[in-house]
Design a protein around this ligand. Structure first.
Ligand SMILES: [Zn+2]
Length: 159
């Protein structure tokens, strides 16, 4: 005999299995980040608190939350992370390349003062992307290529 889990009126009684994956503080949608990245970037005191595998990063520039994990309600704030998050308000310095510690201003300078136009030219002048280990160093765990390109675009507009 089959057990009928449905309510007598025919509605489904199961809980919706849609897990909300928005930031617990600002409710903005986050981007998935690997645990390796989170472990590497939280300050030492919090490294042991990194549990679970499903991490997200809050992309809201006004929100103090950097990483969060909804399975176990862990969240790490700006001051619990080693590096300034470039897209958060008041990030100082604003890194374009975290691996080689090249800032957005250095990239803009390479464009405005030295005439660089491509990521390759910027890298040659600033030393960006030289020791690439973006999975551990970049807060999003992705290659900094895109951030450098955005900084170049900014620089080109200033010319
Ligand atoms: Zn947030």
């Amino acid at each position: 005999m089959k057990i009928n889990n449905e309510c007598c009126c025919g509605c489904k009684t199961e809980k919706p299995d849609q897990i909300k994956d928005t930031c617990p503080v600002c409710n903005n949608e986050g981007i998935s980040v690997s645990k390796v990245t989170v472990e590497h970037l939280v300050v030492d005191d919090y490294r042991n608190a990194v549990n679970g595998d499903q991490y997200k990063i809050c992309m809201n520039e006004d929100c103090d939350v950097v990483y969060y994990n909804l399975d176990n309600e862990i969240k790490f704030l700006k001051d619990q992370v080693r590096v300034p998050i470039w897209f958060k308000k008041d990030a100082d310095p604003k890194y374009a390349c975290y691996c080689s510690e090249v800032t957005e201003n250095q990239v803009i300078e390479a464009v405005v003062k030295h005439g660089a136009k491509s990521v390759k030219e910027v890298n040659a002048i600033t030393g960006a992307m030289k020791n690439s280990n973006c999975k551990e160093n970049n807060p999003l765990g992705v290659c900094c290529h895109k951030i450098i390109q955005e900084a170049i675009d900014k620089g080109l507009k200033m010319k």
